[in-house]
Ligand binder design. Structure first.
Ligand code: CUA
Length: 320
């Protein structure tokens, strides 16, 4: 519980220990006095009741001590809060976006990932955003947690990881059906490994950009491989399986070319899943909703390019 895996740990552990120790001390003192009085004022020891009026010293003591304690709690908490809210200027900025139901991690060089990778011993600042509802980015090992609220900019958390390793990341705000599946990892690696990783992934991004541009102009090859990468990085696979299992949305397997009954504005009709349908479903998911599913997917308007839609379509097509 009182691990010290990040610099924030101390800012949290100190106040927790202080409050817990004070509470324990008070519990012991109050219980002891209570037991003492129960015996002392038992009928057998003091058969005649007695009224006591006023005791200035006692009143001063029971006002001053709790006041000092309360301000002690405040001061200790405030000192920790200042640390939590003051990232150093040279912290590595990483953007994390919550959406139903996955996290998107973005680095300055354009690298996108579903998991967080950070260097050990270096300050990292996570800027949080949400695409739909309130999510909460929570790394218990580092004692950091911050809500991502749609429409509220400037939310962040920061930390310096103390130890190389792999730790859990949770969503700590109930955000709908698959809230519990918003699990991911933070990989803490040596700074040199981090730089290498970022560079390698950056090169991949450049490749994906080239491939997307090619897809846009209609000259792309192996579009389905690009589509598979996109389905992962954009979080599609949180709701769409590739093995035929229906999750939040229909499975991609065997979807292309299939005849589906969809609900369009309250009326049912049959459509064949083709390029146009997939594109519409990405940009306006609720318009022609496959019967039996809930309109839970957020619109991807402005979040996917024409080329990316082509690649995703090719990927779905390849999953027969
Ligand atoms: Cu996102 Cu719970």
């Amino acid at each position: 519980m009182l691990s010290r895996l990040s610099n924030i740990s101390d800012a949290v552990n100190g106040p927790i220990l202080f409050v817990a120790a004070t509470s324990l001390f008070m519990l012991i003192v109050i219980t002891a006095v209570m037991i003492y009085f129960t015996i002392k004022y038992h009928r057998r020891h003091s058969p005649v009741g007695e009224d006591i009026h006023g005791h200035q010293m006692l009143e001063v003591v029971w006002t001053v001590i709790p006041t000092i304690l309360a301000f002690g709690f405040f001061w200790y908490g405030w000192e920790g809060y200042k640390i939590i809210k003051t990232p150093p200027d040279d912290a590595i900025p990483i953007k994390v976006t919550g959406r139903m139901w996955s996290w998107l991690v973005e680095y300055e060089n354009g690298v996108q990932s579903a998991e967080l990778t950070v260097p050990v011993g270096k300050a990292v600042k996570i800027d949080l955003a949400s695409q739909d509802v309130i999510h909460s980015f929570y790394i218990p090992a580092f004692k950091v947690k911050q809500d991502a609220v749609p429409g509220v900019p400037g939310l962040f958390l920061w930390f310096i990881a103390n130890q190389v390793g792999e730790y859990d990341v949770f969503c700590a705000e109930y955000c709908g059906m698959s809230h519990s599946k918003m699990l991911t990892k933070v990989h803490v690696v040596e700074p040199a490994d981090f730089d290498k990783w970022l560079e390698t992934e950056g090169a991949k991004v450049a490749e994906i950009k080239k491939a997307t541009a090619a897809a846009e102009s209609g000259t792309g090859t192996n579009l389905h491989i690009l589509g598979e990468q996109l389905a992962k990085s954009k979080g599609c696979n949180a709701c769409h399986s590739v093995d035929g299992t229906a999750l939040i949305g229909p499975s991609y397997k065997g979807l292309y070319g299939k005849k589906e009954v969809v609900v369009s504005g309250g009326t049912e009709r049959e459509v064949t899943i083709d390029d146009a349908y997939i594109k519409k479903s990405i940009l306006d998911p609720a318009a022609d909703l496959v019967k039996g599913f809930q309109p839970l997917m957020p619109s991807q308007q402005g979040l996917v390019s024409e080329g990316e839609i082509k690649a995703l379509t090719a990927y779905i097509k390849s999953l027969q």
